[in-house]
Structure formats: structure tokens, C-alpha cells
Design a protein around this ligand. Structure first.
Ligand code: PEP
Ligand code: MN
Length: 338
């Protein structure tokens, strides 16, 4: 249930309503858009009489949320969630463009990429220091050394850094260096990790699991928001389908407008992991923007054929620069800016 307070409700009236429902064993979560407070109820409290609640001073309306996800839902927060990282306002008219290598490999590789993507118009640098690899024998990432290189690249270019955190004990360390904590597809339902990033004071990029439904993704986000961390971006990165002969995954373009309708959280498109084929990344990128994505995450590498991970889907630096011209044109066509 959500309780919509009257725009003129006093802080005393709001506190009173909160005390009333908390006394019945519910946890509360407040949002305040355009000066109107909405109180969301979470947990498993005793039944509440909506009529009685509706009579309390300051209450405008009550509404049952039938969806499983509550604080993530549009009903709880009708306005788009926006937040600023560096100079970029996420979830606004401006598209966030996150670019960089799959893995941080070396100082030279990262700095060359960072300067080039910045010059081309990217607004964030990505790069994995801890890599979730399907094989234990594959490159696992440079670890803290990789995080230090990302911080150095941020210093050099001013681009905020997005990087993956794979386990709860590493959240504090990654948060020292990163501007955005990425939760990878394979960890989307690692609930301990979701709780840990919920408690971290950093924005989160939550990638959709490769077999996760839209509702699974929203329920995963709900874990993070339940801790009061509302700065969450959802990421469509392709799902497993029956045909993986020609593409790595299937870009679920449907997910973008559906998520934009169901939740107030910003949505980012990841064409690289979705199609997994370098020459087709531009088409999927433009589809993501056309579908209403609030941003992009695109793998780029100075020499993709030598990349230690995801080289097949990584754009060369000139390809990324070229793509950005098309990104600007498509953004313009859907009334967005880069
Ligand atoms: C990545 O961003 O490099 C990555 C591992 O992505 P995903 O978790 O979507 O596979
Ligand atoms: Mn990758």
C-alpha cells in the first residue's frame, strides 16, 4: 500500500501517519515529488484499514500496489528518478554514454581509451577490474590495481568511473575508487550483494540477469531501494534465447519501454553484451535510444582483436567516434541530447 499525503500536509501529520503504520509492524519508505509526500509500506505488518487511514489528518488518498515491486514502481513515485553524477544528470533528457573496455588491462590501454571516448563525447568511463568469467582459467581482472588505473583515468579525463563489484566484502573497496557500482548479469540475484550495495552511498548500475524476467529485475532493484539507495540504473544487456548461433544474446528492446512504464528508475541499454558482434553494435545502440533508453554502455578498445575479454563485441576507438555521430542524430530524433 502507498499513502499519498496532501500537498499541504504538515511534517507532524506525516510523522503521525508513519508512526501509526510502523506501530502495526510495517516499514515505511518516503518519497517527496513536487512537495507531495508518498509513504510506501514494506514488509509484513498487521492488516491496515484503508478507510481509517484515509481519515487521518493530512492523508489525501491510499492505494494498494498490486505489483510485487513497491518502491521501485511508478505508483510509488510517478515522476522519473533523476540524479547527477559528475556533470551528467541521469534519467533526464540528457543521455548518459558509458564507454570503455570490458576489462582494464593496462595503464596505456585504459588511458588511450579514456581520452578517445571522452573526445568522442562519452560521459562515463567503464572498465572491469573484477571480472565474472565463465571459466576460472580466463583472465579474472587486475583487482585493486585496475581500480587505481580507473581512478587515474578519471583524474586525467574528468570522466566518472563505472566498474563492477562481484562480492559483498569488496563493496567498500570498489566504492573508494568507483563513481558507479556495477552489478553484473550473473549477480543480479545475489541478494547479499544487492543488500551491500543498497547500503553503500554510491549509485548502482544493475544489469539484468541473462534469464531474468522484467519482474525479477525490478525485484532485484527493490532490494537496493529498500535500503534507501534510490540511485539505481537498470540495464538491459540481452537475454538468453534459443538462437545463439549468430548473436551472443537477444537484445530485449521490449524491456526498455516496459521498464519505463513500470518503474521510475532510469534504463540503460547495453548493445555490446546484447548482440555480442562488433559490426552490429551500432544498429542495436540506435534501437536502444529509439526505444527510450536513458543511456548506453558500450565496450570500446584500442585493439579489440587483442582484448583479454569481449574483443568480438568491442568497438575500435574510431568506430566509437563514428557511432557517436549517429547517437547524436538519433538522440535528436527522439528529443534527447547527449
Ligand atoms: C561487462 O559489463 O563486462 C559484463 C561482464 O557484463 P554482464 O554482467 O552484462 O555480462
Ligand atoms: Mn564485457
Amino acid at each position: 500500500m502507498i499513502i499519498i499525503m496532501h500537498p499541504e500536509a504538515t511534517p507532524y501529520e506525516i510523522d503521525n501517519v508513519v508512526a501509526e503504520v510502523e506501530a502495526k509492524g510495517w516499514q515505511t519508505h518516503r518519497s517527496c515529488d513536487s512537495g507531495q509526500t508518498i509513504i510506501g509500506l514494506q514488509g509484513e505488518g498487521q492488516p491496515i484499514d484503508p478507510f481509517h487511514l484515509g481519515q487521518m489528518p493530512g492523508v489525501e488518498d491510499t492505494m494498494a500496489i498490486t505489483q510485487k515491486f513497491k518502491v521501485t514502481s511508478r505508483a510509488f513515485r510517478p515522476e522519473d528518478t533523476t540524479f547527477t553524477i559528475g556533470e551528467v544528470s541521469i534519467g533526464s533528457r540528457q543521455l548518459a554514454v558509458i564507454a570503455g573496455p570490458c576489462s582494464v588491462e593496462s595503464r596505456e590501454q585504459l588511458l588511450e581509451t579514456a581520452y578517445a571516448v571522452k573526445e568522442a563525447g562519452a560521459t562515463f568511463l567503464r572498465g572491469g577490474a573484477y571480472k565474472p568469467r565463465s571459466s576460472p582459467y580466463s583472465f579474472q581482472g587486475l583487482g585493486e590495481q585496475g581500480l587505481k588505473l580507473l581512478a587515474e583515468a578519471r583524474e586525467a579525463t574528468g570522466l566518472p568511473v563505472v566498474t563492477e563489484v562481484m562480492s559483498p566484502p569488496k563493496v567498500a573497496l570498489v566504492a573508494v575508487y568507483a563513481d558507479v557500482l556495477q552489478i553484473g548479469a550473473r549477480n543480479m540475484q545475489n541478494f547479499d550483494l544487492l543488500n551491500a550495495v543498497g547500503q553503500a552511498h554510491k549509485p548502482v548500475l544493475l544489469k539484468r540477469g541473462m534469464s531474468a524476467t522484467i519482474e525479477d529485475l525490478l525485484m532485484a532493484a527493490e532490494y537496493i531501494l529498500a535500503h534507501g539507495n534510490n540511485r539505481v540504473m537498470l540495464c538491459e544487456r540481452g537475454i538468453r534465447s534459443f538462437d545463439n548461433k549468430y548473436s551472443r544474446n537477444t537484445f530485449d528492446v521490449n524491456a526498455i519501454p516496459l521498464l519505463k512504464e513500470l518503474t521510475h528508475l532510469p534504463v540503460i541499454a547495453d548493445p555490446s553484451h546484447a548482440i555480442g558482434v562488433r559490426r552490429h553494435v551500432p544498429a542495436v545502440t540506435l534501437a536502444g535510444i529509439a526505444a527510450g533508453a536513458d543511456g548506453l554502455i558500450i565496450e570500446t578498445h584500442p585493439n579489440p582483436d587483442q582484448a583479454v575479454s569481449d574483443g568480438d563485441q568491442s568497438l575500435t576507438l574510431p568506430q566509437f567516434t563514428d557511432l557517436m555521430d549517429h547517437v547524436r542524430a538519433m538522440a535528436h530524433a527522439v528529443d534527447r541530447v547527449v
